[in-house]
Design a protein around this ligand. Structure first.
Ligand code: ZN
Length: 277
C-alpha cells in the first residue's frame, strides 16, 4: 500500500513537472516570464498540478493565464507607468513565488491531508487574493480619474503604491469571484461540511477582496518606497531607477518590497477564509 502510494505520488509529480515545464516554457517564449521566473513557475506547477490534479491545475492556470493576458492587453497603456512599478511585465522568480508561494504551501498540505477541506480553502483563497490584486493593478489604469490613496483618500498619480480606484476595485471583485466560483465547484473533498457551494463562493470572494485591500493598505503605509533624485520621482525600484540613478528610501520598511507585500496579500486572503470557515 505504502509502496503503491509512493509510486503514484511519484507519477503525479512527474506528470506535474512535465505540464508545469511546458506551461513555463510557453510563458517564457511569450515573454511573460524571465528565465528565473520560468524555473520557479515550473516548480510551482509541478507541486500544484502533481498534488492538486486537474482542479488545482485549472485554478492555477486561470490565475496565470488571465494575469499574463491582462498585462499583455494593457501593456502599452501601462508602459508610461512601468518605471513607477518595481519590475517589468516579464515576471521573475521573486514575483512568481510571491504570487504562487502561499498557494504552493497549501497544496503541499492538501497532499499530506487529502481528506481535509481546509488546505484546499487556503489554496483557493490565496489565489483569489493574488488574482484580485493582479486584476486590480492591470485594469486599475483604465480608471478615468486619478486614483486615491487608500489611507488618506488623497488624489495621487496612477501607479502609486496603495492607490485605489473604482475600476481597480471592480476588477479585484471580478478577479476574486472568478477564482472563488471555480474553487467552490471544483473542491476535491466533496465540499465543506455545513457550507453550501454558493456560500463558499461568497466567503472566498470576500477573502480575496480583503487580501487585495490589505495589499493596498501596506502599499500606502509600510511598503518600502524609494525616491529618484535625478527624476525627482517616487518609485518602487531599488537599488537603481529606470534612468540608472541609485534610489534612496523615502518611507516604509526596507525589507518590505512589492514581492513581500504580495506574499502578505496571499496570506491575508487564506487567513480570512480559514477563520470564516
Ligand atoms: Zn530616475
Amino acid at each position: 500500500m505504502a509502496v503503491s502510494g509512493l509510486s503514484s505520488l511519484f507519477l503525479n509529480l512527474t506528470l506535474g513537472f512535465l505540464l508545469g515545464t511546458a506551461v513555463a516554457y510557453l510563458a517564457y517564449q511569450a515573454a511573460s516570464l524571465s528565465r528565473s521566473g520560468a524555473v520557479a513557475a515550473a516548480l510551482v506547477g509541478m507541486v500544484v498540478f502533481g498534488l492538486g490534479g486537474l482542479p488545482g491545475a485549472f485554478l492555477l492556470l486561470t490565475f496565470f493565464v488571465s494575469s499574463s493576458a491582462l498585462s499583455r492587453l494593457f501593456g502599452r497603456r501601462k508602459s508610461r507607468l512601468e518605471e513607477k512599478f518595481a519590475k517589468s511585465s516579464r515576471r521573475d522568480a521573486g514575483q512568481v513565488l510571491a504570487n504562487g508561494g502561499v498557494a504552493t504551501v497549501f497544496m503541499i498540505l492538501h497532499g499530506i491531508l487529502p481528506a481535509e477541506a481546509w488546505p484546499w480553502i487556503g489554496f483557493a483563497a490565496s489565489l483569489a487574493a493574488v488574482n484580485a490584486d493582479t486584476w486590480a493593478t492591470e485594469l486599475g489604469v483604465l480608471n478615468r480619474t486619478p486614483p486615491r490613496l487608500v489611507t488618506t483618500w488623497k488624489s495621487v498619480e496612477p501607479g502609486t503604491s496603495g492607490a485605489v480606484s473604482l475600476a481597480g476595485t471592480l476588477a479585484a471583485l471580478a478577479g476574486s469571484a472568478l477564482i472563488a466560483l471555480l474553487a467552490a465547484f471544483l473542491i476535491p473533498v466533496g465540499g465543506v461540511e455545513g457550507v453550501s457551494p454558493l456560500a463558499l463562493v461568497g466567503v472566498l470572494t470576500a477573502a480575496g477582496m480583503v487580501g487585495s485591500f490589505f495589499d493596498s493598505f501596506l502599499g500606502a503605509t509600510l511598503q518600502a518606497i524609494y525616491f529618484c533624485p535625478a527624476c525627482a520621482k517616487e518609485t518602487e525600484r531599488h537599488p537603481l531607477h529606470a534612468c540608472g540613478t541609485p534610489t534612496v528610501l523615502k518611507r516604509g520598511w526596507p525589507w518590505l518590497n512589492n514581492d513581500w507585500v504580495n506574499v502578505l496579500c496571499a496570506l491575508a486572503g487564506a487567513g480570512v477564509a480559514l477563520v470564516i470557515i
